[in-house]
Every structure is written in structure tokens, then in C-alpha cells.
Write a protein that binds this ligand. Structure first.
Ligand code: URA
Length: 261
């Protein structure tokens, strides 16, 4: 291949790695250069006279405490969604859509995934890309359908993070910590009878432990409800042999749902 093309290809791959997976302008803009050429700042206003008492230095607000307070105040899912959308988060400027949930709130089953990916960011709905299509097939195999409001078939779906992390990277621990209070409140308000925890990030958020390969298939509790950790559909797409264990988990989930009074 032409070395110039090879070079351009490597540069594009590098940009993709960084999370820049969309072209938003015809020509590249060097924003460092813009900053250097920006007009000189206006002269500073005269200093205010000293106040009688020294100001008390307040550190930046603790985001986890803020999240807890906001989540606690939310009285319904609409209020929770509004609080989450307004919550300050570094992921927000890099994402296109706020992704809250899909399916039927109040369904006996709630599925919790990790975070929106590219397709979810575009459509503003969780699990609509390749992993979502696999999830839909898995749910259909046990008689569940996110588009069906009938409680016998309904399912509600959400994620740990409502914003897409750049380049589809995994959520980082401080991000999971910040969003945990919202997820817990989300589960309380959606009030499922059973929670399906798909992958490591929701396991860390809800069970305080990862290692999904070790814990999958073992019933536990999350936010006071029976919860089953299992593999994330993206992992199953990358590791088809793990579908055997995922199927065993689905059968266990099906049995639990059918046994509900
Ligand atoms: N993976 C997830 O964990 N959630 C989505 O919404 C999409 C892909």
C-alpha cells in the first residue's frame, strides 16, 4: 500500500483509539493554535476591597455525596432522569445522548448493563447495537420482550452510566462510584422483582465486586432484590463458547421469574 495511505490509516486508528469515531467537519482544526491566537484577555477589574471576615475555603463538592442527595430526592423515574441528566459529569461533553432506560418500568425483570456504546449514543436508548440485538434474542428465549408491556413478558433495561464513555472504554471506578446512587435509586423506583446484572461494571456497582466469571450464575441480592450476575452480551459476542454458561443463567432466571408469586 502507498506509504502515505498507510500513514493516514495509522493516524485514523489512533484517533479511533482516543474515542474520535465521527467526522464533524470537512477540515481539521488545530484548537491549540486557536488558543494561542485568541485575543488578549480584557484587563482585570479592580480588586474588590477586602471583606471584614476572611472567606472560608470550600473544596469542590463531593460528587458521590451530591449524587446521593439528588438520587434520594427523586420521587419518580421522571425526576430521577432529570436529576441524572443535569448531574455534572466529565463524560457528558463527549456524548451525544443521555441514555436512561428502555422497556417497561415496573416489569418484574430489570436488566442492568454497563454504559451506552456508539449506537446507543446515537439513538438515546440502551442496548440497541450488536450487543443489544443479542440481548433481545436472549430475552426472547425466555419469553421476554422490551416492547411488550404485558407483565408476563415485559422487561426494563438500563445501565450503570447514562453517558457513553469515549471510545467505548470501560467505566472507571470513580465513574461507577458517582453513578451508583442513581442506579440504586433507579432500581428502587422501577421496582423489579428480579435484577439481571450483565457484566463486571454493574456487578461492581451493585455487588461491590467484579470477577464476573467467578460470580456468574450465583443468585445474590441487589438493592434488596434477588439478583443474578451473568456475562455481558458483548463478552458473549467475543467469546461464543461462554454462551453455554449464559444459557444456564438464563434458564435459572426464567425459573425464578416463573416461580414469582
Ligand atoms: N453495552 C451496555 O452495557 N449497554 C448498552 O446500552 C449497550 C452496550
Amino acid at each position: 500500500m502507498d506509504p502515505a495511505l498507510l500513514h493516514a490509516r495509522a493516524a485514523l486508528d489512533w484517533l479511533l483509539e482516543l474515542g474520535a469515531d465521527e467526522a464533524i467537519g470537512e477540515d481539521p482544526v488545530n484548537r491549540y493554535d486557536l488558543a494561542a491566537r485568541a485575543p488578549a484577555p480584557a484587563p482585570a477589574a479592580p480588586a474588590a476591597p477586602p471583606m471584614s471576615a476572611p472567606a472560608v475555603a470550600t473544596g469542590p463538592a463531593d460528587p458521590v455525596a451530591t449524587a446521593r442527595a439528588l438520587a434520594r430526592e427523586a420521587r419518580d423515574l421522571a425526576a430521577l432522569a432529570a436529576a441524572m441528566e443535569g448531574f455534572d459529569c466529565e463524560l457528558r461533553p463527549g456524548a451525544r445522548s443521555f441514555v436512561f432506560a428502555d422497556g417497561t418500568a415496573g416489569a418484574p425483570l430489570m436488566v442492568v448493563g454497563e454504559a451506552p456504546g456508539r449506537d446507543e449514543d446515537i439513538q438515546g436508548k440502551p442496548f440497541v447495537g450488536a450487543a443489544g440485538q443479542l440481548l433481545d434474542k436472549m430475552l426472547a428465549a425466555i419469553g421476554r420482550d422490551r416492547t411488550d408491556p404485558d407483565p408476563a413478558r415485559a422487561v426494563y433495561i438500563s445501565n450503570v452510566l447514562p453517558w457513553r464513555p469515549p471510545g467505548n472504554r470501560r467505566p472507571e471506578t470513580p465513574e461507577i462510584d458517582r453513578w451508583r446512587p442513581f442506579l440504586q435509586r433507579h432500581i428502587e423506583l422501577a421496582a423489579p422483582r428480579v435484577v439481571l446484572i450483565m457484566g463486571n461494571s454493574p456487578a461492581i456497582a451493585l455487588l461491590n465486586r467484579g470477577g464476573i466469571t467467578q460470580i456468574r450464575g450465583q443468585w445474590t441480592e441487589a438493592v434488596g432484590r434477588p439478583a443474578l450476575p451473568s456475562f455481558h452480551p458483548s463478552y458473549l459476542l467475543r467469546n461464543p463458547p461462554a454462551k453455554r454458561e449464559a444459557w444456564a443463567d438464563l434458564l435459572s432466571l426464567h425459573a425464578r421469574l416463573r416461580a414469582l408469586p
